[in-house]
Structure formats: structure tokens, C-alpha cells
Design a protein around this ligand. Structure first.
Ligand code: C2E
Ligand code: MG
Ligand code: MG
Ligand code: MG
Length: 279
């Protein structure tokens, strides 16, 4: 029987590897159904300025699995990438973010908020990526100036010429770009100055040790000086303590995101906190 033979040929694998494979296959199937079953949720994590006022949020995807509970994007985004599911999923995230921006326009307290949306490599490399973003934006009626797309260094550098082309088209429509997880990739200054970036985001791995690790101190200071001299705003992610915030402020970084200011949370909670601070 073919099925038995198939199973037997797998015998030389480590059994835990086979279990991992089966789990992965199950996850792929479930991931495909998750969008139509409305199992994805968005969490919003505030971004604040030097005064501690909210300037906007980063949109972070969550998979609310009926049996397994909340699954981290670190687990399912790579699978969504490999299977191509990231394309419809990423579009959905954009649609939701733009709808939220539109809704915020009606309230003077939230009118100026920006939203940052993570873009994955496969999504960005789609031939119709630019058209799709513009179409989603237009249909929503949201202000393009409020939408920020987060790209990573490795994504941009994969095909720098096309990346710049796409970014410039979107920039001329008003959309802005932030370079996520900065410092973890292989950016060279030569490339960096060619990119139409509004913002550079210092990776949390550097932020977490700035008050204890002298080399991270130097790295973070260098990133801040470099961003400022290239005319880019710099934001620090993963800010968890007052000490880290103070270090960043002393060294010229005035925009922050991290647990110190707020965890990623459902929009209802995000909204409640905003109105509480406004009163
Ligand atoms: P990222 O874009 O670098 O997002 C920052 C991550 O750091 C988030 O993890 C956030 O919850 C976490 N974080 C924020 N503040 C703190 C802090 O103070 N301390 C610590 N320890 N962590 C903090 P999350 O939500 O698990 O997302 C992980 C990654 O998944 C994101 O990293 C991003 O690369 C990816 N991702 C999330 N949502 C999307 C999406 O809609 N599309 C795509 N393509 N990727 C996404
Ligand atoms: Mg991000
Ligand atoms: Mg990041
Ligand atoms: Mg990160």
C-alpha cells in the first residue's frame, strides 16, 4: 500500500521531526481557513513622543485559534509567507488599518494619529503591490499621510532598484516608510541614503541592553546620529524602562514604542485608554 510505504520511508527521520512536520501541515490547512473564519485580530501598540503623547500605533496581527488560543505572528507569518497566504492576509491588514484611520478622522483627539503596518517580503515583491496599496487606500478614503509601511532591511536589499522604485511611487502618493528592526540586517550607509525613508526603527534587541551593555550603547547612539544626519526620524522599539527612555532622549531619540507606554491591545482597549487620557 502506497500510504504504508510512504509512512515507512519516513521512519529514518527523528520521530519528533515527523510530529513537527505533521503539526506544520495541520497549521497550513488551518491558516488557509483562518481568514474566512475571521480568526485574525489586530492589536494596536501606541507610539509616543517626547511628551508622552500618543502619535499613533503599530498594527500587530494576532491569530485567535479556536483550540490553541492566541498564536504569535512569529509562528504563523513565516508559514503565511511560504504558502503565499500572506498576500490576501496582508491586504486584509491594510484594509483594516485604513478603515481605522478613516474612523479616527472624525474625532479631534485621534485625527492626527498615524498607523504603521508591517509589510512582508513576499507581499512587497508582488507585481501589483503598489497598485493594491493605492487601491485599498483610495477605497477607504483615509489620508495617505497617516499611513506608514514598515519594511525590513533584508526585504529592501533583496532587489534594491525595484524596492526604491516601488517606495518612490508610494511616497509620491503621500505614504511614508519606516525601516523596521534596524541594526539586525546588513544595511550599508550607501544604500540607506538612497532609500526614501521617513523613519528608522531601532531594533528592540539593542534597546533592551542600552543601560547595561556598553557596545549596545554605542550602536544605539550611532544609529540615532546617523538617522538624524540623514534627515530621518528615529523611533525606538521595545522600550520597557524609564532608564532606557531617558538614555534615548538624552541621545536624541524622541519617539518610542514599548511596554513602558503600552502593550499591543485590541482596538476597544486602545480607544478606552486614549479617551481616559484626553479627559
Ligand atoms: P515587529 O514589527 O518588530 O514588532 C514588534 C514586536 O515587538 C511585536 O511583537 C511587539 O508586540 C513586540 N514588542 C513591543 N514592545 C515590546 C516591549 O517593550 N518588549 C518586548 N519584549 N516586546 C515588545 P509581535 O506582535 O509578536 O510581532 C512579531 C513580529 O511579527 C513583528 O515584529 C512583525 O515582524 C511580525 N508581524 C506582526 N504583525 C504583522 C503583519 O500584520 N504583517 C506582517 N507581515 N508581519 C507582522
Ligand atoms: Mg514592525
Ligand atoms: Mg520591529
Ligand atoms: Mg522586532
Amino acid at each position: 500500500q502506497a500510504k504504508t510505504a510512504g509512512r515507512n520511508t519516513l521512519c529514518f527521520f527523528d520521530p519528533s521531526m515527523q510530529i513537527a512536520l505533521e503539526m506544520r501541515t495541520a497549521m497550513v490547512t488551518e491558516l488557509r481557513q483562518a481568514l474566512t473564519r475571521q480568526q485574525f485580530k489586530l492589536h494596536y501598540q501606541r507610539q509616543v513622543n517626547a511628551e508622552g503623547s500618543v502619535v499613533g500605533a503599530e498594527v500587530l496581527l494576532r491569530w485567535q485559534h479556536p483550540e490553541r488560543g492566541m498564536i504569535s505572528p512569529m509562528v504563523f507569518i513565516p508559514i503565511a509567507e511560504e504558502t503565499g497566504l500572506i498576500v490576501p492576509l496582508g491586504k486584509w491588514v491594510l484594509q483594516m488599518a485604513c478603515a481605522q484611520l478613516k474612523q479616527w478622522e472624525h474625532d479631534p483627539g485621534t485625527r492626527n494619529f498615524q498607523l504603521a503596518v508591517n509589510i512582508s517580503a513576499r507581499q512587497f515583491r508582488q507585481l501589483d503591490f503598489v497598485d493594491e496599496v493605492l487601491e485599498v487606500l483610495e477605497k477607504s478614503g483615509a489620508d495617505p499621510l497617516k499611513l506608514k509601511l514598515e519594511l525590513t532591511e533584508s526585504l529592501v536589499l533583496q532587489d534594491i532598484t525595484h524596492s526604491i522604485e516601488k517606495m518612490e511611487t508610494l511616497c509620491s502618493a503621500g505614504i511614508r516608510f519606516s525601516l523596521d528592526d534596524f541594526g539586525t540586517g546588513h544595511s550599508s550607509l550607501t544604500y540607506l541614503k538612497r532609500l526614501p525613508l521617513e523613519q528608522i526603527k531601532i531594533d528592540q534587541s539593542f534597546v533592551s541592553d542600552i543601560t547595561t551593555d556598553p557596545s549596545d550603547e554605542v550602536i544605539v547612539r550611532t544609529i540615532i546620529v546617523m538617522s538624524n544626519s540623514l534627515g530621518m526620524e528615529v523611533i525606538a522599539e521595545g522600550v520597557e524602562t524609564e532608564e532606557q527612555r531617558d538614555f534615548l532622549a538624552r541621545n536624541g531619540c524622541y519617539t518610542y514604542q514599548g511596554y513602558l507606554f503600552g502593550r499591543p491591545m485590541p482596538i476597544e482597549d486602545f480607544q478606552k485608554l486614549i479617551s481616559r487620557f484626553q479627559v
